[in-house]
Design a protein around this ligand. Structure first.
Ligand code: PMV
Length: 311
């Protein structure tokens, strides 16, 4: 049996803008999707045992099948000659926005390579998982699969010329507590990315202005993280949320959780990932603040994850 894992993640800065070559900052979280793969039977079967938002597995089923076919093609495997039984699990819940799809693709790619005795570097795993991301995100930037493959706190910039993407580790003085709140709305990243492309096409000047601000903000955020100026990181996260609202990817459930986090003292809060539902992230340094905010969200009836960035 072959085994593999991939990290969950939160995008702290720059989702959507990264698709167009702006930089982004993403952190892996301490939860993984795990896959087991066995060469058996006479066709590919997928058993998804992950727990998560109601309806997630069904809604993503077709995209998941396409993603696996894309990975097999990228790995040069003929699925008719190599029937595989794939079982997906792990402690990363299948919520939209925490990289559940990218983490599962990395886990599956690693498990298939392991089962078939293929020696896979992280770079190769990342390339294969990027192919899978096309099924979920349409025109992915590559930020999700990079975080799922390498882990850590990462500065990411997609290469628009087809060369390698820029990936750089950001070091922080100590890990920082965050709260991830799940709206329980299953979001479709592909639709959200396509929606931004469409609106950008209709109002290029307005969008160019917003994109310039997004780029500036991420540069400031990188410096603030390195300086461990958490008040500033939080402020910049909230400004990032304003830009995400302007490009039409927030929703009332996300806005509600973001306001709640801010009311209870989060240093900053924003949606994370594709938006339109899915998750938000609040910067809550210290166990005490993290607990206050996580509890407030739970009392309001939402599922939360208590996690850390920069571990
Ligand atoms: O919805 P998620 O968690 O898969 O995040 C997608 C991030 C986007 O920037 C919207 C798309 C991308 O490929 O970068």
């Amino acid at each position: 049996m072959g085994r593999g894992s991939g990290f969950g993640k939160v995008i702290l800065f720059g989702e959507h803008f990264v698709v167009y070559g702006a930089p982004g900052i993403v952190s892996a979280i301490n939860l993984t999707a795990d896959a087991e793969v066995k060469r058996t039977g006479d066709e590919i079967t997928i058993k998804d045992e992950r727990r998560g938002t109601k309806g997630y597995t069904q809604k993503k089923r077709e995209q998941q099948k396409e993603s696996i076919q894309r990975m097999l093609n990228a790995m040069g495997i003929n699925s008719k000659r190599a029937p595989l039984e794939i079982v997906l699990g792990g402690n990363l819940p299948s919520f939209s926005g925490v990289g559940a799809s990218a983490a599962s693709s990395v886990a599956i790619a690693r498990a298939i390579a392991d089962e078939l005795g293929m020696k896979f570097t992280d770079e190769r795993t990342n390339e294969v998982a990027y192919e899978a991301e096309k099924a979920y995100a349409g025109t992915p930037s590559g930020i999700d699969n990079s975080a799922a493959t390498y882990g850590g706190l990462i500065w990411f910039r997609k290469s628009l010329s087809g060369g390698p993407n820029a990936i750089e580790e950001i070091r922080v003085k100590q890990p920082i507590e965050i709260v991830i709140g799940n709206t329980r709305v299953v979001a479709d990243t592909k639709e959200m990315v396509a929606g931004v492309a469409e609106r950008r096409r209709k109002s290029p000047e307005r969008y160019n202005r917003i994109f310039d601000q997004a780029e500036w903000l991420v540069l400031e955020a990188k410096k603030a993280l390195t300086d461990f100026d958490l008040e500033k990181v939080g402020r910049l996260m909230s400004q990032n949320q304003d830009l995400l609202q302007e490009i039409g990817v927030s929703c009332k459930e996300l806005d509600y959780l973001i306001n709640l986090a801010q009311e209870y003292g989060a240093l900053g809060a924003k949606l994370t990932g594709g938006g339109g539902g899915g998750c938000m992230v609040a910067l809550t340094p210290g166990k005490k603040l993290q607990e206050v905010i996580a509890t407030a969200m739970e009392k309001a009836g939402f599922n939360v994850l208590r996690a850390k960035i920069g571990t």
